[in-house]
Design a protein around this ligand. Structure first.
Ligand SMILES: [Zn+2]
Length: 72
């Protein structure tokens, strides 16, 4: 499913594709390029925290690992 995320900084709406209706991971705004850690439940945004570049990259790695394990 596709989920709409509204950037808290510039209010631009971006979309991310999800395998499930819950998501806990990194999000990057396509417009202002701010980085966030977001939490979705039933496709609705629960929390959104600004991240540093380092934190974002770490979350991306964790997310990639999770996807990899899910496929096996
Ligand atoms: Zn933005």
């Amino acid at each position: 499913m596709l989920c709409k995320i509204k950037c808290p900084d510039c209010s631009s709406e971006g979309t991310i594709s999800l395998l499930e209706t819950t998501y806990d991971g990194p999000y990057k705004c396509w417009k202002c390029r701010n980085l966030y850690a977001i939490e979705l439940k039933n496709g609705a945004l629960q929390s959104c925290k600004p991240l540093s570049q380092e934190e974002f990259e770490r979350l991306q790695e964790i997310d990639a690992l999770r996807k990899k394990f899910r496929k096996q």
